[in-house]
Design a protein around this ligand. Structure first.
Ligand SMILES: [Zn+2]
Length: 458
């Protein structure tokens, strides 16, 4: 399963079908192309923690196409990036999309997506896709913390509480050694996820990159609970790999679902937990690093200020030749910090979520296009921006759409924000390759966080 492909490089390739030597075609792999100078140091006061430097550029190969890394992976929770057509996502530079297994399992059902030919075909996205394991949503919606679990938990450090839920929220999920029982956030119906069920759901969804089912803890959990949970996640990782191999053999067999070559190989990434504890993070990386995963996801609760330090610990330990995905970050300084510490890909709902509320990103920070200063402003959101929105529409028009509650507002602002974020990370890739990453970070973050509100300028 672990074969060399490209000559003389740091490269792995896995096809998951080593049993059939006639199928020599490699369907998943990763090649490192250049590395950030290990002496690289941030000169930006906006960077978050400074751990080991593991930044690199590379290419992830999948059956649906290549991903040039580092890359930002936009989120299409329910098999759509809200308000934007797939063609527009492609045009603005998105290379891959990430959908959520939990949401698609509840609605419309993983079997239906399978029948459609998998996530990419179902949503008319002609490129690579990721699905998360469902664990994050099951457990974060279950404890009522939603997406910002680590931040909310960090806000209240009065004490540890293993049964904590967000204020006023009923607990909807219960973890045992075998899996998690949870109530649907849609209709309150009861469901159960285990490592095997998550693997089956994700194989049916058919994304190129899937994640192992893990337990999500919060910073409010006690150290004893974090240890117990980490061991559970380790045992679940073993079960995920076993089930994954079984499903791969079954579904990639010639003739499966009427396909002469069977279904294309789906890569499986293990997920690293361990919260803010260095020894637990390193142990998780060594344990899962020795397993037969195609790549790794770094997940779990952490304080934003420690992002670089924690991702650095993980990438000290993880096998260098596998891609690493950082699960769920949000702002430009998170992204520079993550890439410096060696994250190859990361996903983020923030650009589209804030766009729908009117907040847009520019080189000089974020501002609200609904502000009074935009009323008769005939400039685009950001002069010089090459996105479709900035090429064609004024701030005045966008403000009008917002005021009139027109749907096109969400579409146009999302296109700009996704383009901004994709380009920011593309330029990080260029800056690593040409040895100017430190300068690029200092200049970009200085401008983004350092000046006054961008919407007030001219
Ligand atoms: Zn733009």
């Amino acid at each position: 399963m672990h074969t060399d492909s490209a000559p003389g490089g740091d490269s792995t390739a896995r096809d998951g079908t080593s049993a059939s030597p006639d199928r020599a075609e490699v369907s998943f792999g990763f090649t490192i192309e250049s590395r950030l100078d290990p002496g690289s140091r941030t000169r930006s006061p906006y960077s978050l923690g400074q751990g080991s430097v593991h930044g690199r550029t590379g290419v992830i190969r999948t059956p649906h196409g290549d991903i040039q890394t580092p890359a930002f992976i936009p989120v299409g929770t329910k098999a759509t990036v809200k308000a934007v057509r797939p063609e527009e996502m492609r045009e603005l530079g998105a290379q891959a999309l990430l959908a959520n297994a939990y949401h698609l399992y509840l609605q419309p059902g993983a079997d239906l997506v399978d029948e459609a030919g998998g996530l990419a075909a179902f949503m008319n996205w002609h490129g690579p896709t990721f699905t998360d394991s469902g664990g994050f949503q099951v457990m974060s919606l279950g404890s009522g913390f939603k997406k910002v679990i680590s931040m909310e938990a960090a806000a209240d450090k009065a004490g540890f509480d293993d049964d904590a839920t967000a204020a006023g929220k009923e607990r909807l999920s219960f973890v045992d050694d075998d899996g998690v029982n949870f109530k649907s956030h849609l209709d309150g119906s009861l469901h159960r996820f285990t490592p095997e069920i998550s693997m089956r759901v994700q194989h049916q969804l058919g994304a190129d990159i899937m994640f192992a089912f893990d337990e999500l803890t919060t910073l409010m959990n006690s150290r004893a609970y974090q240890e117990e949970s980490l061991e559970r996640t380790r045992l679940w990782a073993i079960r995920c790999i076993e089930e994954h191999k079984k499903l791969t053999a079954e579904r990639s067999a010639p003739g499966f679902a009427g396909l002469p070559g069977g279904k294309p190989y789906q890569a499986l990434f293990g997920v690293i937990q361990g919260a803010q504890y260095e020894d637990l993070r390193r142990k998780a990386c060594r344990d899962l690093g020795a397993m037969d995963f195609d790549g790794y996801g770094i997940g779990g609760a952490l304080e934003k200020e420690s992002l670089g330090t924690i991702v650095g610990w993980c990438n000290d330990e993880l096998p260098e030749d596998r891609p690493r995905h950082l699960l769920g970050i949000s702002e430009p300084n998170d992204m520079f910090t993550a890439v410096r510490a060696g994250a190859d890909t990361f996903d983020c709902v923030q650009p589209s979520r804030v766009a729908r509320n009117g907040a847009v990103y520019t080189a000089y920070g974020r501002y609200n296009v609904n502000n009074a200063a935009s009323e008769r402003n005939w400039d685009p959101i950001e002069p010089g921006c090459e996105c479709y929105t900035c090429q064609n529409y004024s701030r005045a028009y966008l403000r009008h759409l917002f005021k009139a509650k027109e749907m096109l507002f969400s579409t146009l602002c999302t296109i700009h924000n996704e383009h901004y974020t994709v380009r920011l990370v593309e330029k990080m890739r260029e800056a690593i390759a040409d040895g100017t990453f430190d300068e690029y970070e200092e200049e970009t973050l200085g401008r983004f966080y350092g000046s006054g509100p961008a919407g007030q300028r001219g």
